[in-house]
Write a protein that binds this ligand. Sequence first.
Ligand code: TZP
Ligand code: MG
Length: 220
Amino acid sequence: VYGLEKRIFSSTLPDTCIYGITGEKFSKGRTNIEVVREMIESGIKIIQYREKDKSKKEKYEECKIIREMTKKANVTFVVNDDMDIAMLVQADGIHVGQDDIPIEEIKKIAPNMIVGVSTHNKEQAIEAVEKGADYIGVGPIFDTSTKENVEKSEGLKYLKWVSENINIPYVAIGGIKKENILDAKIHGGKCFAMISELVGSLNMNEIVLSIKKILNEGEF
Ligand code: TZP
Ligand code: MG
């Protein structure tokens, strides 16, 4: 088992959660800010700002507002990719991919920041744990058209392996919908990250509630 040693973090991820990620392109006319407000009101406790089509300045301005909203609601706020923005707005965490800034460099300048790393196979998972990631993204679990050029993964099989071998929090991602989330749970999923299923729903409360019902857990 990798990551068995007990690390003491100032904050970390819950064991189980619905992990909401923004994506204005898929939000049916709503802004990132509006979608984040809906996520908070629906009881989502961890939100990642992910935006691939805006300028640094626009992203910074949005993150500043989202930081205030999430702080008031006691929601964990993670910024995708942009370490500078994460630090400037004092986000709780940063999420990086395989081709982004190395974890150990982030930890050097922001030791208390939650660092999440996207992984697609066992080797990447083990490396992320060894380098000090606080949690890993695991996916894509199912086919998704939300992210282009996503590295292929053996999906459910990889998730199962992580659930049995990795002892830091992990978040299943990629094509997760209310129709297939139970399958991901059966394969060891505990935290589930979604973009299109959440932001593409015109009734955030309803989709979050029905997902919670399917997972049949009181602790979300
Ligand atoms: N990383 C792996 S798959 C993915 C990301 C960011 C996209 C997830 O979006 P969706 O709409 O939940 O499939
Ligand atoms: Mg990235």
